[in-house]
Design a protein around this ligand. Structure first.
Ligand SMILES: CCCCCCCCCCC/C=C/C(=O)SCCNC(=O)CCNC(=O)[C@H](O)C(C)(C)COP(=O)(O)OP(=O)(O)OC[C@H]1O[C@@H](n2cnc3c(N)ncnc32)[C@H](O)[C@@H]1OP(=O)(O)O
Ligand code: NDP
Length: 256
């Protein structure tokens, strides 16, 4: 899609980069010349991904739980010791579980809010203060979800992702004096490792509910994310781009 070296010399952090959408995004940045650090909780998964991704360029990893401030501070330290600077942050780590709203326990609600809203905020603030603000340059892409019509069946993540959607707009304006662009990508249903968490009865027939009659791919998300991070999108900030085959406009997902 781009010239091969469009991200040459750029340093990129991808949270949740050891699997699925994050892995493919890390691979795309490497193929376009960037150096990439992938970060998530499970070291074994990160080592496997790093080994594969090193075929495409310089890939580092750091064990990090985005819900833990100390763990995110260690991530910032790692970036400082490796590179001393950072150009692009992809806030991709996240997850939730399907449940009727009335059945979500307090612990489950807090786990999902911590993972998807608080975690994204900790990583954004800590890395912006360590790198983007002092450098007066930076680029943040938040991977959220299709919350256009709420998220029936996963109300906790709908609330958290809507929070990140709004945060994207606030930060785009507040951090514009530092030349930091902040955008979000809202994927619909993407065929990725993440979907394996969902029972077959939920997944069955889902593509019929999408106007384009297919699920998205991790490449679809990585293409949009790399575009938004690239100089081709230099006048785009505070935007959430939906990538859902038209699903937000039509059809049912939640089956009662
Ligand atoms: C019903 C219709 C549904 C709508 C249709 C949807 C169609 C598919 C659309 C798909 C779109 C989005 C896809 C993706 O996002 S793919 C990425 C998926 N990956 C994940 O979601 C990662 C896996 N999930 C998690 O890691 C967890 O959900 C969580 C974020 C909660 C992790 O937190 P933590 O590590 O703290 O988790 P714990 O195991 O300690 O659990 C804490 C409490 O959370 C509650 N809980 C957790 N899992 C479940 C579950 N499967 N069902 C119900 N409740 C759950 C629970 O209260 C836990 O505490 P207790 O066990 O002590 O009660
Ligand atoms: N696939 C889909 O249809 C859709 C996905 N999304 C979102 O896109 C993102 C990527 O999902 P996808 O690739 O499909 O699924 P995956 O489950 O493969 O990816 C989620 C990644 O996040 C990491 N992660 C989860 N919690 C934490 C945490 N607390 N700290 C650090 N890392 C964490 C996981 O790694 P580890 O276990 O090692 O921590 C994993 O690599 C997620 O935010 C997901 O919710 C949104 C809409 C649709």
């Amino acid at each position: 899609m781009f010239q091969k070296d469009i991200f040459k010399g750029q340093k990129v952090v991808v949270t949740g980069g050891g699997s699925g959408i994050g892995y493919t995004t890390a691979k795309h940045f490497l193929q376009y010349g960037a150096e990439v650090l992938i970060a998530s909780r499970k070291e074994e998964k990160l080592i496997k991904a790093q080994t594969e991704l090193q075929e495409f360029g310089v890939c580092e990893y750091q064990v990090c739980d985005i819900r833990e401030v100390e763990s995110v501070e260690l991530l910032a330290e790692k970036v400082k010791s490796l590179w001393g600077s950072l150009d692009i942050l992809i806030n991709n780590a996240g997850g939730q579980f399907p449940s009727r709203a009335e059945d979500i326990k307090i612990k489950g609600w807090n786990a999902v809010i911590n993972n998807n809203l608080n975690g994204t905020w900790y990583v954004s603030q800590i890395l912006a203060k360590a790198f983007f603000i002092p450098q007066k340059s930076g680029n943040i892409i938040n991977i959220i979800a299709n919350v256009f019509r709420g998220f029936p069946g996963m109300a906790h993540t709908g609330a958290a992702r809507a929070g990140v959607d709004n945060l994207t707009k606030s930060l785009a304006v507040e951090w514009s004096p530092y030349q930091i662009r902040v955008n979000a990508v809202a994927p619909g249903i993407i065929k990725s490792t993440g979907l394996e968490q969902y029972p077959d009865e939920i997944l069955k027939g889902l593509s019929d509910q999408i106007p384009l009659k297919t699920l998205g791919s991790t490449e679809d998300v990585a293409n949009l994310t790399t575009f938004l991070a690239s100089p081709m999108a230099k006048f785009i900030t505070g935007e959430t781009v939906y990538l859902d085959g038209g699903q937000r406009l039509w059809g049912d997902v939640f089956k009662v």
